[in-house]
Ligand binder design. Structure first.
Ligand SMILES: NC(=O)c1ccc[n+]([C@@H]2O[C@H](COP(=O)([O-])OP(=O)(O)OC[C@H]3O[C@@H](n4cnc5c(N)ncnc54)[C@H](O)[C@@H]3O)[C@@H](O)[C@H]2O)c1
Length: 313
């Protein structure tokens, strides 16, 4: 048996395929690409296609496709993209009907076959789906996170760097709250290598960028007819990498709140430290009054979807 790490990708669609591609290129571990039985050959085909890039990339990790959960047994990390993405005109919350039964199926299998895996949920509506996965699997809160904040922050940073015409490497930007249109780009902590953003950009320009960030997912759905996958995959891989390599990066992730920021029994985007133990710390930063109010509004939106999910128990 290989001593390499094992990474299970649940859902072999657009994000699943790009996740596998990045993991192969970074050689983070062997990849098992799972999809439902009608898509078994699709998963196998993607896996074989990726393996056929190994000689060119000089990568030795294995990629296999399967529709058998037993093949995911012993996974160190599970990244979950199972479910349908948005179509133009749909909100993320519109996906509850289809994606809730899917997440429940994934949770039951994950609990049975991969009880020790660090789980990263990507499926939408993100905050409610990650809440449900943890509730259903009963895993420790350190072992279940949702990916949204890294992506939303990356979008925010891109728009800021384009507007300011400075390297994206020098932008420090974080988006907190739920993964919806009322997410919270945190201006009080946003800097260009330490220089407060408000010193560098006019209020109206900043407001326009905040608005574009909030609607960043929808902009792509409008262009492509389906949701983004390159940036979401890159974001989840950064989280997986921090866990697998014990990097202890500070990343905005949907984490289970038990009183932090004044919220309880809720998943929402907050800055967390991800290391070998999973979510090792939730960092509570000072927010100004306006940001606190925006966070409260965002938490309220998340809670409404979670309540809907609970009613469907
Ligand atoms: N969190 C974020 O920031 C973010 C960003 C973009 C997309 N998303 C969400 O990620 C999800 C996946 O997006 P995508 O573009 O990869 O979609 P996709 O349709 O390309 O792939 C989803 C895959 O899930 C599979 N699937 C369905 N039921 C399953 C089950 N029970 N078990 C395992 N697999 C199952 C489907 O067969 C499909 O291959 C969507 O819900 C989308 O809204 C989230």
């Amino acid at each position: 048996m290989s001593s390499r790490k094992k990474i299970g990708l649940v859902g072999a669609g657009n994000i699943g395929g790009e996740l596998a591609n990045l993991i192969v290129q970074k050689q983070l571990g062997d990849v098992v690409l799972y999809d439902i039985p009608p898509k078994e050959n699709f998963a196998k085909g993607k896996a074989l296609d990726l393996e056929q890039s190994q000689a060119v990339n000089g990568s030795d990790v294995r990629v296999t496709g399967t529709s058998n959960w037993a093949d995911l047994a012993g996974a160190d990390v599970l990244i979950i993209t199972a479910g349908i993405p948005r179509k133009p005109g749909q909100s993320r919350d519109d996906l509850v009907e289809t994606n809730l039964p899917i997440i429940r199926d994934v949770a039951d299998n994950a609990a049975k076959h991969c009880p020790d895996a660090f789980a990263i949920v990507i499926s939408n509506p993100l905050d409610a789906m990650v809440y449900e996965l943890r509730r259903r699997t009963n895993k420790p809160r350190a072992q279940v996170v949702g990916m949204a904040g890294v992506l939303d922050s990356s979008r925010f940073a891109l728009f800021l760097s384009r507007e300011l015409q400075v390297s994206i490497k020098d932008i420090r930007a974080m988006v907190l709250g739920g993964h919806g249109d009322d997410m919270v780009p945190v201006l009080s902590n946003c800097t260009v290598n330490g220089i407060p953003i408000r010193q560098l950009m006019a209020k109206d320009k900043l407001a326009a960028i905040v608005d574009r960030t909030r609607k960043g997912g929808g902009e792509i759905v409008g262009l492509m007819g389906t949701s983004a996958y390159y940036a979401p995959a890159a974001s989840a891989v950064a989280m997986a990498e921090s866990y697998l390599l014990d990097q202890r990066r500070v990343l905005p992730c949907a984490a289970y709140l038990d009183g932090e920021y004044g919220y309880k029994d809720l998943y929402m985007g907050v800055p967390v430290v991800i290391g070998a133990e999973g979510v090792e710390q939730i960092i509570q930063i000072e927010l100004d009054a306006e940001e606190k109010a925006m966070l409260a509004k965002s938490a309220d939106s998340v809670q409404k979807v979670v309540d809907l999910v609970k009613k469907k128990s």
